[in-house]
Design a protein around this ligand. Structure first.
Ligand code: FAD
Length: 493
């Protein structure tokens, strides 16, 4: 099934518990802190099922039903291309500003089900569970977020032992005939308040003693005992769409997942009581590369907006005619195009998973991930420089246009030869939402941390590198020439 936007909004009006500070949100689709973002997701659902995109954004399943293409388990490069085009459609529609969009966690689940044998290794039921959940999510066209990182407060387990307190991190606290019971906190469910399920797991390695924390399962957002503690709403603080157009539409929110004795049926459990397994499911299956390929594509959508903004901003003052500014623009464009190449390289150099499925090239995906993590702040800083002080030269808000005398002065003094005053103000407000607002600041943190801290991303790159191959290049080169005869003689003497 291909869910409509309206159906999705109905699906999240399910009595879920969301806290904004002490305020309990009753209808996330209508609440002023969330309603525009909710509309954005609904629009993405509708866009994806639009006839104009049918050829790539959905595919026909075994029984003739249509499913979203990010549920496609690829057997060819064309299948990979179909998936990528769908990520592009969604990324472009949200200008790369919606990190955990509906195609992110679904890509993890799809890829995990491509190697259900990895799950079955620890019990046939776990392999069957991941396959069944994949099929369920696909037929519901559901939106899942995830919380796969332990809270910062759980880094020192001994502190809690000394105080005789339970560590705050999520764990299995009971097992019953029909399921498990989980309690504790996990971070950071971006998009969680708009999703139907939160995938809970452990992307970072656990210590061998962390047996009960090593659970991977699907948590329905409306299950009794589940609460999402959302961070401050940025959408609610935006005065108007004109003032902060990205904040207005794309505040996906981040929430801590709080579970208080939440019952999870066995069918939703994918790993249990095995710290190694709970981490390996991301890297022994194509899951991590599928989910983060989406992240690469989404970042590229954002790069396209930034390059366009850089060009328009410099045009608005005529600076685009200055050779040094053109060099800066050329450099930005080169960065955008390099990332595009890295994305398509992942398809051209696809990997065979040995069971009929193929996946994106993992080394290239991790390289792009590292590239994105390292480059976002300098890129945004470059846009900041191109903006000069333009943002601060604008009147406090657009109400100047309501007063005829002020409006006339505004147009006379604030225009440039290239652009009317109102258009300039509109452009700088948009640029500031990438460079300087709180929404922009949150994005800078997001791009640094969404796949883990920088050292985590570098470790993924280290792990996937065929070091023997590179060392052999050095060894073969050194083997192609001899140690000088006199050095051998000297050593012998
Ligand atoms: C906006 C945003 C959205 C997010 N969305 C999600 C989400 O949807 N789902 C999810 O599961 N997670 C999400 N995350 C969480 C993200 O996975 C974590 O923030 C990330 O893993 C880093 O963990 P931390 O915040 O606890 O930082 P820490 O691990 O405490 O790191 C803080 C700093 O200390 C440094 N540091 C710590 N330990 C080491 C070490 N051993 N070696 C070198 N340096 C070290 C780090 O480099 C970093 O600079 C999100 C984060 C952000 C900021």
């Amino acid at each position: 099934m291909l869910r409509t936007g309206r159906e999705h909004l109905e699906s999240i009006r399910d009595g879920r518990t969301i806290y904004l500070g002490s305020e309990k949100v009753t209808d996330v689709a209508e609440h002023p802190a969330f309603r525009n973002a909710a509309k954005t997701i609904a629009a993405v659902y509708d866009l994806k099922r639009d006839q104009a995109h049918e050829a790539f954004a959905s595919y026909e399943g075994e029984g003739g039903e249509r499913f979203s293409s990010y549920y496609l388990q690829p057997r060819s490069r064309d299948d990979l291309r179909k998936r990528t085009r769908t990520h592009q459609l969604i990324g472009d529609a949200t200008y790369g500003m919606w990190g955990r969009s509906i195609d992110h966690v679904s890509s993890f689940i799809t890829a995990m089900a491509m190697r259900s044998d990895i799950f079955s290794r620890k019990g046939a039921q776990y392999g069957a569970n991941i396959t069944a959940f994949y099929e369920r999510m696909r037929s519901e066209d559901a939106y899942a977020s995830y919380a796969i990182t332990p809270p910062q407060g759980s880094r020192d387990p001994e502190f809690y032992q000394r105080q005789n307190l339970a560590s705050p991190t999520l764990r299995v606290v009971d097992e019953k005939d029909d399921g498990i019971v989980i309690s504790g906190m996990k971070m950071l469910a971006t998009g969680g308040v708009f999703s139907n399920y939160v995938f809970v797991g452990n992307i970072l390695p656990l210590a061998p003693s962390q047996i009960k924390e090593s659970v991977t399962c699907m948590v329905p957002v409306s299950a009794p005992g589940v609460a999402l503690w959302a961070r401050k709403s940025l959408e609610r603080e935006a005065r108007s769409e004109f003032e902060a157009p990205l904040t207005w539409r794309f505040d996906e929110t981040d929430s801590m997942l709080m579970c208080d004795n939440v019952k999870i049926p066995w069918e939703y459990v994918f790993t249990m009581d095995d710290p190694d397994q709970s981490r390996n499911i991301y890297i022994e299956t194509p899951a991590h590369s599928f989910g983060n390929h989406q992240a690469n594509v989404r970042f590229h959508s954002k790069m396209k907006l930034i390059v366009g903004l850089a060009s328009r901003i410099t045009q608005s003052s005529g600076a685009d005619q200055v050779p040094a500014v053109r060099e800066t623009l050329g450099r930005l464009a080169a960065l955008e195009s390099a990332l595009n190449g890295m994305i398509h390289g992942q398809i051209e150099c696809a990997e065979d998973w040995g069971n009929g499925y193929i996946g994106y090239n993992r080394r290239m995906m991790y390289a792009a991930l590292n590239w994105c993590t390292e480059n976002y702040s300098p890129i945004v800083d470059c846009l900041r420089e191109l903006c000069g002080g333009g943002v601060f030269q604008m009147p406090a808000d657009i109400s100047v246009s309501e007063d005829p005398a002020l409006a006339e002065q505004f147009e006379t003094f604030f225009r440039t030869p290239q652009m009317h005053a109102q258009d300039r103000m509109k452009l700088f407000k948009l640029a500031w939402d990438v460079v300087g607002t709180e929404f922009a600041g949150r994005h800078q943190s997001y791009e640094k941390f969404y796949a883990g801290a920088a050292f985590v991303v570098k470790n993924h790159n280290f792990r996937e590198t065929p070091w023997e191959y590179f060392r052999k290049i050095v060894d073969d080169l050194m083997a192609s020439y001899d140690v000088p005869q006199h050095a051998l003689r000297d050593a012998a003497e």
